[in-house]
Design a protein around this ligand. Structure first.
Ligand code: BES
Ligand code: MN
Ligand code: ZN
Length: 491
């Protein structure tokens, strides 16, 4: 969808639909002007409580020639004093759902840009662009039902036009990263395989002249990445380790390293998962998708950062050749691991990647992984878990989470949680008892990060949504990209 900027007066702007914000506790100036132009129609609707301004509400009206806009879409913004960036993103997203239902492919938005114009413009653009996302590549029937947005015009006062344009452009670049992540997670597991992720990384690198190296199976063997290799053993397609580096102009100091879990399908392996819901395990590469999406956005935005993406990728399958419970793997770090559950595969591919990543001497290392079902039990779908060995890093990430609406909740990482992770035969077991599962998994990862400042994000509950959200349709959310870009901007 294109974004255009115009300084037309909303009441004089011709468009299939004009989006106007409406507060719960106050009638804004534009609302009153629209009301007057429509002969008091809005006031009447407000009196009868057919429009309330409550967040999440929308109301579409035909203007029947009274103003050049064919339709007026009123969007609830809640109380004026409670207007946050997330509220604006959500309001813009709700507007998209109403516009989609009305099949209005082009529209103009005149939401209030009052308090801070740049932030409001950013929020509206992000809510709009992400709210317009849909994934129907694999649908071949009822094509006429398909609908894609064409263009949005952001109506802003004349003096702000230039600034609004560049902010909208940046929002579009950010959303390209988010949508890349969403697409990768949405594609089925027979398309997105370890080889596909490697190819996608090469394409990304080619688009932006980034460094890219893919370690193939024999490379992994010579390196000794036996934990990653072990997980991939049951699959027809071999595992890989993907490294992509973006060195932005003006980047100072050591790189930030992002590590993303890239299990393109998690059947559980020999410790096979129950059938119902197993299809959702195509999303087990959402961490990898977030890393690629973040690199895409960082490169488009030309952020002045040195950013390395490290993606261990494999398919976790049962087979005669598959790794199995009781096996012992010698990880890249030398630490030996007894496999007690082949379904605890994420930490295995990550432990080799985290150890490997230390060669970049990271200023900070952040991993993202759909790592534990326990995380979904603990936090549901409203927050990702964050754990780490450096409180400043964790706090900075939490702050970015609050700013972007990709919220994080910290869990503790005390040594005692590791007591059940010791093995009788090897140094560690890959799985302990179910209690405190998210923390135990993070404790396991911690054994492989050395002295590096590190944070782990468990996105098991947030990478995929079973219900539509205001600016994220049902399915892949692209979680992590906006959070990490915000972190990199503030760093
Ligand atoms: N990929 C799963 C975790 C997951 C569950 C992600 C639900 C998204 C939604 C992970 O590999 C896994 O299977 N974890 C096990 C660990 C256990 C065997 C210690 C789990 O959570 O059950
Ligand atoms: Mn698993
Ligand atoms: Zn998994």
């Amino acid at each position: 969808m294109r974004i255009e900027i115009s300084s037309n007066n909303p009441l004089e702007h011709a468009t299939p639909a004009l989006v106007v914000g409406c507060f719960e506790d106050e009638r804004g100036q534009l609302f009153q002007e629209c009301d007057a132009a429509l002969g008091g129609c809005l006031g009447r609707l407000a009196e009868t409580r057919e429009i309330t301004g409550k967040p999440g509400t929308t109301r579409l009206l035909y203007t029947l020639g009274k103003i050049p806009a064919e339709r007026l879409l009123l969007v609830g913004l809640g109380k004026k004093t409670e207007l946050t960036r997330e509220r604006l993103r959500q309001a813009a997203g709700h507007a998209m759902q109403a516009l989609r239902a009305a099949r209005a492919a082009s529209f103009a938005t005149a939401l209030p840009l009052a308090s801070s114009l740049p932030r409001a413009t950013e929020s509206i653009a992000v809510g709009t662009l992400l709210g317009s996302y849909s994934f129907d590549l694999y649908k071949t029937k009822d094509i006429e039902q398909h609908f894609a947005f064409d263009a949005m015009t952001l109506l802003v006062p004349q003096p702000e036009q230039g600034q609004a344009g560049s902010i909208a452009e940046q929002a579009a670049q950010l959303c390209r990263g988010v949508c890349l992540a969403r697409d990768l997670v949405s594609h089925p597991g027979n398309v997105v395989t370890p080889g596909y992720l490697a190819q996608e990384a090469r394409r990304l690198a080619a688009r932006h002249a980034l460094e890219c190296k893919v370690y193939e199976q024999d490379d992994l063997e010579s390196l000794g990445m036996n934990a990653l290799l072990g997980v991939g053993k049951g699959a027809a397609e071999p595992p890989r380790l993907i490294v992509v580096r973006y060195r932005g102009d003006g980047a100072k100091g050591r790189p930030v390293v992002l590590v993303g879990k890239g299990i393109t399908f998690d059947s559980g392996g020999i410790s096979i998962k129950p059938g119902p819901g197993m299809e959702e395990m195509k999303t087990d590469m959402a961490g990898a998708a977030a890393v690629l999406g973040t690199l895409e956005a960082a490169a488009l935005l030309q952020l002045p950062v040195d950013l390395v993406g490290v993606i261990p990728t494999a398919e976790n399958m049962p087979d005669g050749k598959a790794f199995k419970p009781g096996d012992v793997l010698a990880s890249l770090s030398g630490t030996t691991i007894e496999i007690t559950n082949t379904d605890a595969e994420g930490r295995l591919i990550l432990c080799d990647a985290l150890h490997f990543a230390q060669k970049f001497k990271p200023a900070a290392m952040i991993d993202l992984a759909t790592l534990t079902g326990a995380c979904v039990v603990a936090l549901g779908h409203e927050a990702s878990a964050v754990l780490g060995n450096d409180q400043r890093l964790v706090d900075a990430l939490k702050k970015s989470g609050d700013e972007t609406g990709e919220r994080l909740w910290q869990l503790p990482l005390w040594d005692e949680y590791g007591e059940g992770m010791k093995s009788d035969i090897a140094d560690l077991k890959n799985a302990g008892s179910r209690d405190g599962g998210t923390i135990k998994a993070a404790w396991f990862l911690k054994q492989f990060v050395g002295e590096t400042r590190w944070a782990h994000l468990d996105i098991a509950g947030t990478a995929w949504s079973d219900k539509a959200r205001p600016y994220s349709p049902k399915g892949a959310t692209g979680v992590g990209v906006r959070l990490l870009i915000e972190y990199l901007r503030q760093k």
